[in-house]
Design a protein around this ligand. Sequence first.
Ligand code: COA
Length: 211
Amino acid sequence: MNSSNEIVIRVARQADVARIAELYRAYMRRGFLIECAPWLIKDFHGAMIDRKDIICLVAENSRGQVEGFITAAEDGRRFHKSFMASRAPILAWKLLPVVLKAAFWKKLMRVLRPSAKEEARDYNLPRAEWLNLTVEAKYQGTGVSEMLFRSMVEEFRHRASDGFHFIVSADNLRSLGFCQKMGCVVVGEIVSEGVPFKLLAYNMRPNTICG
Ligand SMILES: CC(C)(COP(=O)(O)OP(=O)(O)OC[C@H]1O[C@@H](n2cnc3c(N)ncnc32)[C@H](O)[C@@H]1OP(=O)(O)O)[C@@H](O)C(=O)NCCC(=O)NCCS
């Protein structure tokens, strides 16, 4: 039986990138990287680990295997923009056949999500953004996700953050159940390419977020 007792949470290292990418590919169903540029997943997470404004933590078991990870950004849009800009030549080259299709631009816009940011402003939400949490299936429901989430909150607290916002597919009921259990609040809904997403927030300073 797998349990959270044998798990430690630590800061991710470059040596973890391949395993993080493996988990990302296995569990992410939507998003620009999965749908348009899966070959960029390793590079993307490698770039995150190198940045001070990104939180990237992993859950490691007693055999040294990474079984989950969590990522968050002090400013998610700034990170996405600078990463995409730094990879512009390779993106242009590799994506030339799909760049000509409208669906590509819609997906890219969803990553940069000006509409979500406007909503965030409307709701007076914190700038910080929780980007991802993925745990290997055999460790789901064991408390490992909770350990990763609480460690991320602690890290945001060290950075004097007032909280963070994020979006989740409206049909990812397990993820929504988890987020609400952890104290996150649904503050709105965004529809992108006909797919509904919930906009959620976690407030570390009461009375600053409209829920
Ligand atoms: C999302 C994820 C991190 C949650 O971690 P987890 O260990 O599975 O979560 P938990 O079991 O602690 O909590 C899930 C909660 O949602 C509830 N839940 C599960 N399915 C549900 C459903 N269909 N409807 C409503 N609630 C549901 C569970 O009952 C549980 O609450 P409880 O502990 O009070 O019973 C994990 O499932 C995962 O890695 N999924 C794949 C990747 C993913 O979707 N990531 C989120 C995108 S950011």
